[in-house]
Design a protein around this ligand. Structure first.
Ligand code: C5P
Length: 400
């Protein structure tokens, strides 16, 4: 099938990379393992050699390895460079273009897609240096299998544990053999709340968790689409395979969505975009006083309506919006569909107990130009599938 370079770096999750190698082989792929020096402190190279039935690359200085400049020849032969686990060090070397070992040289030399499964202590993962490096790599097209949350080897409970081998293999499969009803489509999903800063400390936000939008993004990835997920502040783990753009304010979301919308086949506005933002942001912290504080708020741009206008009479991208309402959601949703020029509106009643905001459940009415359809209370993941079923029917046929 395909030759996959599996880079194993020095994290405790290195032992799980053995299972990743086996999983790739089960799909018929050939695996060339590359171990960094610190990876070999966790797992012996013989383990990978026995499983992959290939010499394990541990250094570019090994005699014989330079007859064909191994990192260059391997770079052109592989269909994927997968790094699991990817330590903060490996992520930093890749981001900085520092080719001081075989793996980082291979990263610079290859034009194959790159998939990384980060694993590290929670604080390391959240460090601005690591976050900046991840963002740099993401902007270059590197894809990630997000680390999970749970018990970490260092004794902490938090985010940073290497994703499970099955999940990593599945993500690799998606890169190697993309398939699904949305293959070749670009879908932009906006999710989560927006935060409108009042000063350097305070902001106006809302209770959206991002669950609905993240569920749509995950389902679209499963169906083979290229997904750009524009997310307001959310603590959710983004679906692996989606390209994540983090934003904070409605204005930033507007810019990010519009930048990609013209090339997109579909835009799903599942975000709870703030309708108002402070007229001006105060530097520092507004001192409290006994007198009431008056804030002047101005309207934010309506992203969905702008997309509807930008599309003019055309039918691409397909536009999907959400309407959170507390009175007659179906009728108000229909009005919004027409006013904003959308193709499908998902209206839900936010006054229903246990549904909607911050819940895994939702009940909704799907409103299109042709009529309405009820989705009784169910999982947001199930609603995401129904939404994409309906939206797919609205897509123009693909031109090849
Ligand atoms: O007008 P309302 O906020 O109820 O409309 C909700 C829909 O419009 C959602 O799909 C939301 O993402 C989108 N919206 C937007 N820009 C705004 C406000 C809402 O795109 N400024």
């Amino acid at each position: 099938m395909a030759l996959v370079a599996l880079g194993v770096t020095g994290g405790i999750g290195a032992y799980k990379a053995v299972e990743v190698a086996r999983g790739l082989q089960k799909h018929g792929h050939d695996v060339a393992a590359i171990m960094t020096r610190s990876a070999r402190r966790f797992v012996g190279e013989i383990t990978f050699e026995a499983i992959t039935r290939r010499r394990v690359i541990t250094s570019q200085w090994r005699p014989g390895a330079n007859a064909d400049i191994e990192h260059i020849s391997l770079a052109s032969d592989i269909a994927l460079l997968l790094v699991a686990p990817a330590t903060a060090g490996a992520i930093g070397r890749f981001a900085g273009g520092i080719a001081d070992d075989f793996l980082s040289a291979l990263y610079l030399a290859t034009r194959a897609p790159v998939l990384m499964a980060p694993a590290m202590n929670t604080n390391m993962l959240e460090h601005p240096a690591v976050r900046a490096n991840l963002a740099t790599l993401g902007a270059r097209g590197v894809q990630f299998v997000e680390p999970g949350a749970g018990y970490l080897a260092c004794g902490w409970i938090g985010k940073g544990r290497l994703a499970e081998p099955d999940e990593i293999v599945e993500a690799a499969q998606r890169v190697l053999q993309p398939s699904g009803s949305l293959l070749g489509r670009l879908i932009v999903v906006a999710a989560g709340p927006t935060y409108e800063d009042i000063d350097d400390v305070r902001y106006i936000g809302n209770r959206s968790s991002g669950k609905m939008g993240y569920a749509v993004a995950a389902e679209a990835v499963r169906r083979g689409a290229r997904v750009i997920l524009v997310s307001g502040p959310s603590s959710l783990t983004p679906p692996s395979g989606a390209e994540l753009i983090r934003v904070r304010s409605a204005a930033q979301m507007h810019t990010a969505v519009l930048r990609h919308a013209l090339d997109a086949d579909m835009v799903v506005m599942a975000a709870a975009v703030a309708d108002y933002t402070p007229e001006r942001r105060t530097a520092g912290k507004i001192e409290k006083a006994d007198a009431p504080l008056e804030l002047a708020l101005v309207r934010t741009p309506d992203i969905l309506a702008d997309l509807g206008r930008a599309r003019g009479g055309g039918s691409a991208p397909v536009l999907i919006g959400f309407a959170a309402e507390s009175g007659d959601p179906a009728e108000r949703g229909r009005q919004k569909l027409l006013r904003k020029g959308a193709d499908l509106m998902i209206a839900n009643d936010i006054s229903a107990e246990g549904l909607g905001f911050d819940s895994d459940l939702n009940a909704a009415t799907l409103i299109s130009r042709d009529g309405t359809e009820a989705f009784p209370a169910g999982l947001k993941t199930a609603l995401a599938a129904v939404i994409l079923d309906r939206a797919e029917a609205l897509l123009a046929p693909q031109t090849t």
